[in-house]
Design a protein around this ligand. Sequence first.
Ligand SMILES: Cc1cc2nc3c(=O)[nH]c(=O)nc-3n(C[C@H](O)[C@H](O)[C@H](O)COP(=O)(O)OP(=O)(O)OC[C@H]3O[C@@H](n4cnc5c(N)ncnc54)[C@H](O)[C@@H]3O)c2cc1C
Length: 382
Amino acid sequence: MTNERYDVVVIGAGVAGAAFAAGCAGSGRVLLVERSVWPRDKVCGCCLNAAALASLANLGLAEEVAASGAAMQCVRLRASGRAAGFARAGGVAVSRKVLDGLLVARGVARGVVFQAETAAIVVGPQPRGAGWLVELRHGGCDRIVEAGLVIAADGLTGGSLDRLEGFGPRVCGRSWFGVGGALEACAGGPAPGEVELCIGANGYVGRVRVDAMTTALAGALDPAWTKRIGGPRRALEAVLDEAGASTIDLGDVQIRGTGLLSRRRARVSAPDLLVLGDAAGYVEPFTGEGMAWAFAGAGAAVRMAESGMRGVDIAGAWSRWHAGEVRSRQRMCGVIRGVLRRPWLVGGAVALMGRVPAAAGLAELIARGLERPYAGGDWVPA
Ligand SMILES: Cc1cc2nc3c(=O)[nH]c(=O)nc-3n(C[C@H](O)[C@H](O)[C@H](O)COP(=O)(O)OP(=O)(O)OC[C@H]3O[C@@H](n4cnc5c(N)ncnc54)[C@H](O)[C@@H]3O)c2cc1C
């Protein structure tokens, strides 16, 4: 029996995979597979910065996303009972269920074949010719498809590359884990347009309104401390309390967690296989850049895939792009993570920002620097 054959199989319909699929639709048969029941939500702070919005504009989705979310205007930092803020206009907060749904719908409208509730695992290279064999598991029924190009965009803990040698992720020893949930937008939480970041000694929590009714809550926690204090719900309340934020009742909120956040993948490419988004490596969410990394990577990879279809080996080009454009920014994010582990330093910085406008101006400049455009990330869909 002959296997189904696709020019591209994209694994994971998060922002990296769905944006890649939408961008390369039209350049051949594209299959996008997603393990979850669709649409799904995801643990995320839901803040799109200017670089992420530029990628969405290239896909023709910026206006629709802006209309579905809430414009961001400022950031308020809270630590050790002190508070300070700075302007951060130009971003949008939007629920991941909505955003990822719009991206997938855009790809499907352009001819992408989308299959939800389907987990993929790369089995190995095709015995004859270029490309890979990919096993798809859906409702107890497994089948193998052939892929000319595989895009592994299965997030932090997807496992689609577990059978391939040399791709194992390395998790940073003192990594924190992510938590999040959606609350009813209520009095006492952040004002519309405000991103509130509450920092404690053992974790931090961000809150932002993503629409008139909902506040997204997301953060990172020390796993050992969370266990000691009685679990993620108690830990989130303790971080908000320590930072001096208004307390909230998390009683009915479904809190979800992630795997350990800070990780690197030993390899991010092989011939006809590229690893995109969080699957290629992640640090921590404090700077709110993860989706911009994923979108810019998807854009650069679409261009490389087009040149690959003209016979160019794209594996080396992708590894170089990822090291130059994403890992370099992740190093900066790693430095900020180091500062956040020193509560006395954070408390002092927030106090200074509250008193000295130039210090708040410096924080705004740093935030703007994180939004600078990515080389080769300004992509034009096929
Ligand atoms: C607490 C927290 C807050 C954050 N806040 C922000 C923020 O405010 N702004 C920002 O820009 N970024 C933020 N991020 C980062 C952002 O969420 C990620 O960087 C982004 O979602 C990466 O997209 P992705 O497509 O690589 O992965 P994901 O969005 O995780 O998508 C991967 C998809 O692959 C699917 N999948 C997994 N395995 C398989 C398989 N074997 N087969 C098929 N499908 C599979 C999963 O179900 C999932 O849908 C935050 C992250 C965390 C943890």
